[in-house]
Ligand binder design. Structure first.
Ligand SMILES: [Zn+2]
Length: 442
């Protein structure tokens, strides 16, 4: 299949972040074969898609999420102890392959409609997550979680590692699914298990390790018990290494940042989820200045409510401006860089995706410029960051395959995704009513 896009506001997201007015781009099979500005070439046999001035840019990258948790979206939102009252009991009782399938399916639909083409997930039953993302045509980095808090799919770490091996066996050579391992956090795995994960990473180069790092007060206290910061603890376990995707990194000192920069890790920044939890503002400007790649992520829809990267853009920019006390930090163009090529670098996929260049995978999105809130345009990056919304994404292509055209999703059945989610939510509601009754009866 050959597709020629013409008449585009082309954003290749290469090093100097150029804007090519009246640009064109040619997709041959799975890859981008050529692009440029000015008059498009004649390509016999190609389907010509005239974009009429709409934006054509790389599919966006979300480097940290828990997709199946879409089923917890908005649940007990204003209940102070919702985690212990509802979420943990519900997870313990209901997280099983069918629940993960339903939640990830709903999320796949949301990702496609929001122009996200690559997502990193850390949850349970990751072979199911991989199946759902594969069938939706998305690109996924799937990390099997390891944790010590009685998680739903492994009784002990040996069983957890066996799940990792099963995932690796099935997806090691998949063109769009990258399997990996996800120690939940330093305090919930411990030094010995982090050392075991580091040995796994040494034996499996090129496969990412995802972790929550420097996120919470109890985590800082746990590390302080060892006389270390959380970053130092991970470093001491041998896990601070290229391929580590560290989510949050809220509580990192200048020394921690230097250590992280020297070790080649990437950071997934969850501005909106962190803000909503009152957790703080990650020192993104300082981390990037040190050379650490930072991607923009949503976290799970339980804490962040949405998998919409457009909804993250304003907080990502504003938090750095507030922290810096000036309009200058985190200009719009840097936000879009983080959402594309820099996010791809965090996941180690930057040679294949994240920018529009000949030879790269044809993962791209069309952003419609029809909405009045997008006009006039003085700086297209400012328009995308502060005015665009997920419903402006019109078309989505991954590896040369259309996943959405004219807002119609082609690779996921939207009605089924919503119905499956509603069915699980019904079971959650029943259990929540029982929990409330039991608490009232006390
Ligand atoms: Zn998370």
């Amino acid at each position: 299949m050959t597709t020629l896009f013409t008449n585009a506001c082309l954003l290749p997201c290469t090093a100097d972040m150029p804007v090519i007015d009246r640009g064109w781009l040619l997709v041959t099979g799975e890859v981008i074969s050529a692009l440029g500005g000015g008059a498009a070439p004649e390509v016999p046999g190609a389907e010509v898609v005239d974009l009429g001035g709409d934006v054509l840019m790389p599919g966006m990258v979300n480097p940290h999420s828990h997709l199946a948790m879409s089923l917890f979206r908005g649940l007990g939102e204003d209940v102070d102890d919702r985690l212990y009252r509802y979420i943990l009991p519900l997870e313990r009782e209901f997280v099983a392959p069918d629940m993960v399938r339903a939640g990830t399916g709903l999320s796949a639909l949301e990702l496609i409609q929001g122009g996200v083409t690559t997502v990193a997930d850390m949850y349970y039953f990751e072979t199911v997550v991989a199946e759902v993302l594969d069938s939706a045509g998305l690109r996924g980095v799937v990390g099997q979680t390891l944790a010590d808090f009685d998680p739903p799919d492994h009784r002990d770490f040996d069983e957890g590692f066996a799940r990792v091996e099963e995932l690796m066996d099935r997806y090691r050579d998949h063109p769009r699914i990258t399997p990996g391992i996800a120690p939940h956090a330093p305090y919930s795995t411990g030094m010995a298990v982090m050392e075991r994960v580091a040995a796994w990473a040494e034996a499996n180069p090129g496969y990412p390790v995802q972790i929550h790092l420097a996120e919470t007060g109890p985590e800082t206290d746990w590390a302080a018990g060892l006389g270390l910061s959380p970053v130092q603890a991970v470093a001491q376990a041998g896990l601070l290494r290229p391929g580590l995707v560290a989510a949050h990194c809220l509580h990192v000192s200048p020394d921690d940042i230097a250590l992280m920069a020297a070790s080649g890790v990437g950071v997934a920044h969850n501005a909106r989820a962190n803000g909503k939890g009152g957790r703080g503002i990650a020192p993104v400007t300082a981390m990037r200045a040190a050379g650490i790649p930072v991607g923009i992520s949503t976290d799970g829809p339980m804490s962040g409510n949405t998998l919409d990267l457009f909804a993250q853009f304003a907080p990502v920019s504003m938090f750095q401006k507030i922290a810096g006390g000036s309009r200058k930090p985190m200009p719009a163009v840097e936000v879009i860089r983080m959402a594309t090529i820099e996010g791809a670098r965090v996941l180690g996929l930057h040679r294949h995706i994240g920018s529009l260049e000949p030879g790269k995978q044809a993962d791209l999105i069309r952003v419609s410029m029809a909405a009045p809130r997008l006009h006039p345009v003085y700086d297209i990056y400012a328009t995308l960051v502060f005015s665009a919304m997920a419903p402006d994404v019109a078309d989505v292509m991954v590896a040369g395959r259309w996943l959405m055209r004219g807002r119609q999703v082609l690779s996921v059945d939207p009605a089924k995704a919503r119905a499956d989610a509603a069915q699980v939510a019904g079971r959650f509601r029943g259990r929540m009513a029982e929990i409330d009754r039991a608490l009232r009866g006390r």
